[in-house]
Design a protein around this ligand. Structure first.
Ligand code: SF4
Length: 220
C-alpha cells in the first residue's frame, strides 16, 4: 500500500524466476484486502500473457514495462548501438525509430517461439551505411508481442498515469528493503526449510507493518 508503505502480501517461493508469481501474488493481495486492487505495478520479470489476461479479467490496471523498457530503466549497458534497446518505440504512431533516425513501420504478424508477434521494418536498410553492422545485409526487423492485452499494457505503461504510478514503485521497494536490511540489520533468511523460512519472512513483515502503524499513531 503505497500511501503508508504497508506490505499487504508476501510469499516465499523457490522458483528462480518471477515469471509465474503474478497471479498468485495478486490473489494473495485480494485475499488480504478483501478486494481486487485497482492498480498493480510489477517489474518485467512478471510479464506474461497470463498476467495480462488475469489483469484484464479482474479489471486491474497493471503497469509493467516490457523487456526493452525495463532495460532502459535499469540503464543496462548495451554497447551494440544496433540492438533493439536502441530502437525507440513511438507508441502514438506505432513505429520504431532506428539509430539512423529511420522509421520502422508495422508490416505483418509472425510467430516467434510459438507466440504471435508484430513485425516492424523499413526499406531504408538496403542503402544504409550501417547495414552490415545492423542486420548483416538483410533488412532489420523488430518484433514485439501481438497479444492485444500486451499491447494494451504497453499503452498503459506509456501513459502519463502509468509513468506516474510506476515511479512510486521505486520508492516503495527501496524503502522496505532499505529498512529491513540496514536499520534492522536483517542478514537474509536464515531458516533452511521453506516452511520455517516463510515464518521468518512473515515475522519480518509483521515487524515492518507494526513500525508503520506506530509511526502513524505517534503524535508528531
Ligand atoms: S540498417 Fe536499417 S534499421 Fe539499421 S540503422 Fe540502417 S536503416 Fe536503420
Amino acid at each position: 500500500m503505497i500511501k503508508y508503505d504497508f506490505i499487504v502480501a508476501q510469499k516465499l517461493v523457490n522458483d528462480p524466476t518471477d515469471h509465474h508469481q503474478f497471479i498468485s501474488m495478486a490473489q494473495e493481495v485480494k485475499m488480504n484486502l478483501t478486494k481486487h486492487p485497482q492498480y498493480i505495478t510489477a517489474d518485467n520479470g512478471y510479464l506474461t500473457d497470463e498476467a495480462a489476461e488475469y489483469s484484464y479479467k479482474h479489471n486491474i490496471i497493471t503497469i509493467m514495462p516490457d523487456r526493452t523498457e525495463s532495460m532502459k530503466i535499469k540503464r543496462k549497458k548495451d554497447n551494440n548501438r544496433f540492438s533493439k534497446t536502441h530502437f525507440q518505440y513511438i507508441w502514438e504512431e506505432d513505429v520504431y525509430i532506428c539509430p539512423q533516425n529511420n522509421k520502422l513501420e508495422y508490416q505483418n504478424n509472425r510467430k516467434l517461439n510459438n507466440k504471435l508477434n508484430r513485425v516492424y521494418s523499413t526499406t531504408k536498410c538496403k542503402t544504409c551505411p550501417y547495414n552490415q553492422k545492423c542486420c548483416k545485409g538483410r533488412k532489420k526487423e523488430i518484433f514485439h508481442s501481438a497479444h492485444p492485452l500486451r499491447i494494451k499494457m504497453r499503452e498503459d505503461y506509456n501513459s502519463d498515469l502509468g509513468k506516474k504510478i510506476y515511479k512510486k514503485r521505486f520508492h516503495t521497494g527501496e524503502t522496505y528493503f532499505a529498512i529491513i536490511k540496514k536499520s534492522r540489520k536483517f542478514p537474509g533468511i536464515q531458516r533452511k526449510t521453506i516452511k520455517k523460512a516463510q515464518t521468518e519472512l512473515t515475522l519480518q513483515t509483521i515487524a515492518h507493518n507494526i513500525k508503520i502503524i506506530h509511526k502513524h499513531l505517534t503524535p508528531h
